[in-house]
Design a protein around this ligand. Structure first.
Ligand code: F6P
Length: 515
């Protein structure tokens, strides 16, 4: 049933009316176990959801909403391999990429999925063997990943996040933008015979990536590089196109892996080279542990379910249009950008599965920067601005550096910000008054390990699944990116020819200035 037609939605609407007077400080004073009730352990992490604008009544109705919209049936469909990506008639099985080939979860797997899993496992073994070969090859000093969107953000985020596990002696570069400045700057520091280019593209047709790949190959040959098969590898579902491009070393994946969910596939090769096969397997194991949690934990203690439902509550009933992501670990610098694609490309939709326009809001805007940098930039607005923006902190207890003073200061800042947002401070001078009662979620990792990062990312994937399922949208297509691609092709031809006939006046004017 469509979310807004359920009884739970109506109840939530009623509850929301009372929320104009909701005050976190009063709730904590009233309820001695609030922090415990709204917190939980999940694989690889601990999450405190208690500083959010909700109470047990709201939570109960959100769980009812999940039930009335068939969330668990939809989740089970995904884990059964049904074609829940209805507009492309594809299954959604990125979770199969981290499925072990033995143990209880393997035994519980639908028999029809054991064949694709064998393929997954063979490819994983081949890819990890290649990663180990590159790690051992001292001649390769630079690895350049050429890819965009999911073929860039995931591996880039993860290589950066796990830099303390990365081998020394190799540099990793990520080139995504069709803007030649990016590739040009990277090429300046490279030598052809010590560079490995990874052309990462699910489709192997993406203009940005193909343009960069052609230029990289041209550069390689101009530098005297001869052995393309040694210095270029492709990560793609389109093995044929990679072959036509002249790349023989190819690691494939499958159309049931969405681009923004592909980090666990061959797209993860830069990460596998950086951290090695064993750590990459630990990364997959963390994600698998979260998959099992999502699949088996009862909804009231299921972290992706709780977070996804909270997202629905904020978006549709408290009318928050954005969520700020604040990682308190500089290695998680690209984590907000990664989550932007995950959430906004998945749930930035205005129609349901049947193509009918939805009467309620879907994906919020995600944005953010690592703390403490954000504190000295946009936190002013979060504390005293006119909009309430839910924040999501991610902090890591243990540092991997050896500097004595920093970690306790970093963590005290994270806690203090969450506290200040909630508690506020009354001051007679309005400029110095903090209204407080500003909501936040706090996710805590013991260490930033491959296992814990895998669990954190899978948690985010599944919470996006939960809100998307409740909204009744297809979280696994991305038709909204197509129009711009088509128009860019037309405009490109016009920039070359100067033809502005039939263009709107603004575009024609800009085009003339560009020529
Ligand atoms: O244009 C959007 C998109 O299709 C993303 O979904 C995807 O991650 C990105 O482009 C890159 O696509 P590909 O891996 O096929 O090059």
């Amino acid at each position: 049933m469509r979310a807004d037609q359920t009884a739970a939605w109506k109840n939530l609407d009623e509850h929301a009316k009372a929320f104009s007077s909701f005050d976190l400080r009063i709730e904590f004073a009233r309820d001695a176990v609030r922090a415990v009730h709204f917190s939980q352990e999940a694989p690889g992490l601990f999450a405190d959801l208690s500083k959010n604008h909700w109470d047990a009544k709201v939570e109960a109705q959100l769980l009812a909403l999940a039930q009335q919209t068939g969330l668990l049936a939809h989740r089970n469909s995904m884990f059964r391999g049904d074609a829940i990506n209805t507009t492309e008639n594809r299954a959604v099985m990125h979770w199969l990429l981290r499925q072990p080939v033995q143990g209880a979860s393997y035994e519980a797997l639908p028999p029809a999925l054991k064949l694709p899993l064998k393929d997954v496992n063979d490819t994983l073994n081949a890819m990890l063997a290649f990663a180990e070969k590159i790690r051992a090859d001292e001649h390769i000093t630079d690895v350049v990943n050429i890819g965009i969107g999911g073929s860039d953000l995931g591996p880039q985020m993860a290589v950066m996040a796990l830099q303390s596990f990365a081998m020394t002696g190799k540099r990793f570069h990520f080139v995504s933008n069709v803007d030649g400045h990016e590739l040009y700057a990277v090429l300046q520091g490279l030598k052809a015979d010590s560079t490995l280019f990874l052309v990462a593209s699910k489709t192997f047709t993406t203009l940005d990536t193909m343009t960069n790949a052609v230029s990289a190959k041209r550069w390689f040959e101009a530098q005297g590089g001869t052995n393309v098969s040694l210095h270029f590898a492709a990560l793609t579902t389109n093995v044929e196109a990679a072959g036509k491009f002249g790349i023989q070393t190819c690691f494939g994946f499958w159309d049931w892996v969405g681009g923004r969910y592909s980090l666990w596939s061959a797209i993860g090769l830069p990460l596998a080279i950086a951290i090695g096969a064993e750590n990459f397997r630990a990364f997959l194991a963390g994600a698998h542990a979260m998959d099992q949690h999502f699949l088996n934990a009862e909804p009231a203690h299921n972290l992706p379910v709780r977070l996804g439902l909270l997202d629905v509550w904020y978006r549709n009933f408290l009318h928050c249009t954005s969520r700020c992501i604040a990682p308190y670990h500089s290695a998680l610098k690209r984590y907000p950008a990664y989550l932007q694609q995950l959430e906004m490309e998945s749930n930035g939709k205005q129609v349901d599965h049947a193509g009918q326009t939805l009467p309620y809001g879907t994906s919020p805007v995600l944005w953010g920067e690592p703390g403490t940098n954000g504190q000295h930039a946009f936190f002013q607005m979060l504390h005293q601005g006119t909009d309430v923006v839910p924040l999501e902190f991610v902090a890591v207890k243990n540092a991997t550096h050896a500097l004595p003073d920093h970690q306790a200061l970093l963590l005290s800042n994270a806690l203090a910000q969450a506290q200040a947002l909630m508690l506020g401070k009354t001051h007679a001078n309005g400029h110095k008054n903090f209204a407080g009662n500003r909501p936040s979620t706090f996710i805590l990792l013991e260490d930033l390990t491959p296992f814990n990062l895998g669990a954190l990312i899978a948690l985010q994937e599944h919470r996006v699944f939960v809100s998307g399922a409740v909204w009744g949208i297809n979280s696994f297509d991305q038709w909204g990116v197509e129009l711009g691609k088509v128009l860019a092709k037309d405009i490109h031809a016009r920039i070359l020819s100067g033809d502005v006939a039939g263009l709107d006046a603004s575009t024609a004017q800009l085009l003339s200035k560009i020529r």
